[in-house]
Design a protein around this ligand. Structure first.
Ligand code: NI
Length: 190
């Protein structure tokens, strides 16, 4: 079922989501919530979606990038379901990337993200997962995990003047940013 994605200003986006009881991951309730997140994300051409964005305060988020028309420069990420995810930064380095969000319609803004992270959590089968993500993709994961702590990318912007509509982004910044992305992908592999 496609759910309504709440927008910036909705208090649901500012809630710190509750951990999921790992013994409940296989329940119909959690499994259908995950199916709804996937359907809702794909319907909106999102690169990810967190349960808080459909006003469900549980620590579940999904990420998928497959030649995304909203983010044509993003490297692909296979569908990843994360439950109770934790992130560990593996480097002091930061990359400066433009992000957007389905809960902040029509906008892009620059944020600093760690380009090498360890993610640990559970998948939809209740199995423990642990993997390293790098580069642009690492930023995508951090964006979604932030939602579970009530954070929106606009909170992470060090320079508010980089906030731009998508049309102005395409006209003034996208070409330059695509070159930055190529360099980030060269350096970090994704
Ligand atoms: Ni978002």
């Amino acid at each position: 079922m496609i759910r309504k994605i709440v927008q910036i200003g909705n208090p649901a986006l500012r809630q710190i989501a509750d951990s999921v009881d790992v013994n409940q991951i296989q329940s119909d309730e959690i499994q259908s919530l995950i199916d709804d997140l996937i359907e809702t994300m794909r319907n909106a051409n999102g690169a990810g979606l967190a349960a808080t964005q459909i006003a469900v305060p549980l620590r579940i988020c999904i990420i998928e990038v497959n030649k995304n028309p909203r983010y044509p420069y993003k490297p692909d990420i296979p569908l990843t379901v994360l439950i109770n995810p934790k992130v560990t930064f593996l480097t002091e380095e930061r990359i400066h990337v433009y992000e957007g969000c389905l809960s902040v319609p029509n906008m892009r803004g620059q944020v600093d993200r760690c380009p090498e992270i360890l993610i640990e959590g559970f998948d939809r089968d209740g199995q423990e997962v642990s993997f390293i993500s790098k580069g642009i993709s690492a930023g995508t994961f951090q964006h979604e995990l932030d939602h579970l702590d009530g954070l929106i990318y606009t909170d992470r912007m060090s320079d508010a003047s980089s906030l731009t509509t998508i049309d102005e982004f395409a006209e003034h910044y996208e070409e330059k940013f695509k070159d930055q992305v190529i360099n980030i992908v060269k350096k970090y592999g994704s």
